[in-house]
Design a protein around this ligand. Sequence first.
Ligand SMILES: [Cu+2]
Length: 169
Amino acid sequence: MEENTQGAAPRKSNMMPIIIGVLALLLLGGIALFASQNKKTSSQATNPQPTALMEEKKVAPSEVMTDEEASGTAEKSGAEKTFTVTASSFKFDPAEMKVKKGDKVTIVFKNSGGMHDWVIDEFDAGTKQLPAGGTETISFVADKVGTFEYYCSVGNHRQMGMKGTLIVE
Ligand SMILES: [Cu+2]
């Protein structure tokens, strides 16, 4: 009698892990199925959105193009803006230029007389000191808003009024 109960008890406890194992497998299987169904439905749900975004993106560049073509100058931030600056004793032409923050500013420096350069400290940019007839092209990014003075660093030219204003909006 005692042997029987001892024999039965281990059998019961041996069965438990198997039952738990089967249940766990069923659970995992169910979760896996559920997850794969979720993936399908979620990918189906997100599919229409990218195409909608693509259509919006397609429209935007053409609008930018027409804007620039209509005004003749690039008004958008990050555009490339080129200025031809003529230096003479003792002034710059033009003495004022306006750009937008983020624009790449290109200065085509032309020296029509005397020894001059074109320097702007805040953007760490400038040409070499060039003799009459000299030209040099430099570029920098106007990455901060403000009013900045550009000048000629030769001798006392700056004090004599050889300077101008770059306005970054
Ligand atoms: Cu000068």
